[in-house]
Design a protein around this ligand. Structure first.
Ligand code: GTP
Ligand code: MG
Length: 195
């Protein structure tokens, strides 16, 4: 999709604040600092429209980005950030679970993992959880600009194996710096939207 117009419609913490539209929605989930907001920016051709930070825990609400009045990207708070209190974590967890399990407009979820390392236990749990709820998922390995090209295949196999990905769950190697993988991610999104 050619993206020119984007706006942040709402930063929601409760279902009654979600947009009242029936546009399809794609959620971005993953550990804090993995690059969810950066992926959002790359997909919409903006530098820092979705606020990014080198400090984990930047995104704390469900941020609905209206893209061309055709779909929403929903940037979700990250998990696995130790400095967030237990109470906060539970609140985030509930908010995310409620959205992912109850939202009819949700047509797919992008699960981001750090392409430099093996997925964490939290990543594995999230992936299993999405499979259990039968939410169509694309796995995106981020920060591939920091991974040497000759080890990409090995990283790809490691991520697939650790997450236990079935053949139905695609994996894209991505970099917000080089924009590698951007078109493939868009193709998957458009397929989920029924385009
Ligand atoms: P939270 O909102 O805290 O959950 O984090 P997030 O997942 O939204 O991460 P964010 O997009 O804010 O990125 C975190 C840090 O990683 C920032 O310093 C980004 O510049 C950096 N980063 C994100 N993607 C990439 C990438 O593909 N390559 C490189 N080199 N750095 C990246
Ligand atoms: Mg963020």
């Amino acid at each position: 999709m050619e993206v020119h117009n984007v706006d942040l419609t709402i930063s929601a913490v409760r279902p009654d604040q979600y947009p009242k539209t029936d546009y399809p929605e794609v959620a971005l989930v993953g550990r804090s600092n993995v690059g969810k907001s950066s992926l959002t920016n790359t997909l919409i051709n903006r530098r820092n429209f979705a606020h990014t930070s080198s400090q984990p825990g930047k995104t704390q609400t469900l941020n609905f980005y209206n893209v061309e009045d055709q779909l929403y990207f929903v940037d979700v708070p990250g998990y696995g950030y130790a400095k967030v209190s237990k109470k906060e974590r539970e609140r985030f967890g509930q908010m995310i679970e409620q959205y992912l399990t109850k939202r009819d407009q949700l047509c797919g979820t992008i699960l981001l993992v750090d392409g430099r390392h093996a997925p964490t236990d939290d990543d594995v749990s999230m992936c299993q959880w999405l499979t259990y709820y039968q939410i169509p998922t694309l796995v995106v390995a981020t920060k591939m600009d920091k991974v040497k090209g000759n080890t990409w295949n090995r990283q790809e196999s490691l991520i697939k194996k650790t997450l236990g990905l079935s053949t139905q769950t695609p994996l894209v190697l991505f970099s917000a710096v080089s924009k590698k993988g951007k078109e493939t991610v868009w193709q998957w999104i458009e397929k989920q939207m029924g385009m």
